[in-house]
Ligand binder design. Structure first.
Ligand code: GRF
Length: 194
C-alpha cells in the first residue's frame, strides 16, 4: 500500500475529489488529512470517509519536526496540498523530495508567489486581460509556487467573465485532473523505490 497525506485548510472540494478517487484504488490510499484550521470543511469530509485527521499549529509546524513523526507513524509516502496556504518548511521538502504536489489556480509562472491565492489569483488574471487560465500542478520546493510543473490544463476566458466566473472554470478543471495526476505521480515514485 502506498499512502497519501492531503494537507488542506479550506472547504476541501479538491480533497473530496482525491479521497473519492482513491477509494476506487486497491493499492493507494489516503491515510491522513492534515489541516491548520479547526473549523475547516475538509475535517468533516475526512470524518465522513473515516480518514484520520491531524490539526497542526504554526509553532509545531515551523519549529519542531512533530509533523514528520506523525507522517511516519501513518506510513505516509506522498503529500498532496489542496488549498493549504502555509509555506512548506525546508525540512519537510527534504524529507519528501519530489513527493509533495500542490495545485495552484492559474497558469504558472504567471500569477504565483506569496499572497497569490484564492480570489487574488483570479482578480490578477482578469486585470491582466488574460484570455486563458487554468490550474497548475507542480512539485513543492521551499518557495511559493516555484517547483517543477507536472501538469497544466487550460480554459478560455471570455471578455465578460468575472473573477468568480474564472474561479468556477478553473476549479472545474482542478476537480477533473488533480486526483489522477496525484495517482500518476505516486505510481512513478513507487516504481523508482520499488
Ligand atoms: C483551489 O483553487 C486550489 O487551486 C488552491 O486552493 C483552492 C482550494 O479549494 N490551492 P478547495 O478547498 O479544494 O475547494
Amino acid at each position: 500500500m502506498t499512502n497519501l497525506a492531503i494537507f488542506a485548510s479550506g472547504g476541501g472540494s479538491n480533497a473530496r475529489k482525491i479521497i473519492e478517487h482513491f477509494e476506487s484504488l486497491s493499492d493507494l490510499r489516503v491515510a491522513l488529512v492534515v489541516c491548520n484550521k479547526k473549523n475547516a470543511g475538509v475535517l468533516d469530509i475526512a470524518a465522513e470517509h473515516g480518514i484520520p485527521t491531524l490539526l497542526i499549529d504554526r509553532t509545531s509546524f515551523y519549529e519542531t519536526d512533530e509533523i514528520l513523526k506523525e507522517l511516519r507513524s501513518h506510513d505516509v509516502d506522498f503529500i498532496a496540498l489542496a488549498g493549504f496556504l502555509w509555506l512548506v518548511p525546508g525540512y519537510l521538502v527534504q524529507a519528501y523530495p519530489r513527493r509533495i504536489l500542490n495545485i495552484h489556480p492559474a497558469l504558472l509562472p504567471k500569477h504565483g508567489g506569496k499572497g497569490m491565492y484564492g480570489h487574488h489569483v483570479h482578480e490578477a488574471v482578469k486585470a491582466a486581460g488574460d484570455t486563458v487560465s487554468g490550474p497548475t500542478i507542480h512539485f513543492v520546493n521551499e518557495h511559493y509556487d516555484e517547483g517543477d510543473i507536472v501538469y497544466q490544463a487550460s480554459t478560455h476566458i471570455d471578455k465578460e467573465d468575472t473573477p468568480e466566473d474564472i474561479a468556477r472554470k478553473v476549479l472545474a478543471l482542478e476537480h477533473k485532473h488533480y486526483a489522477e495526476v496525484v495517482e500518476r505521480c505516486m505510481r512513478e515514485v513507487g516504481r523508482l523505490v520499488g
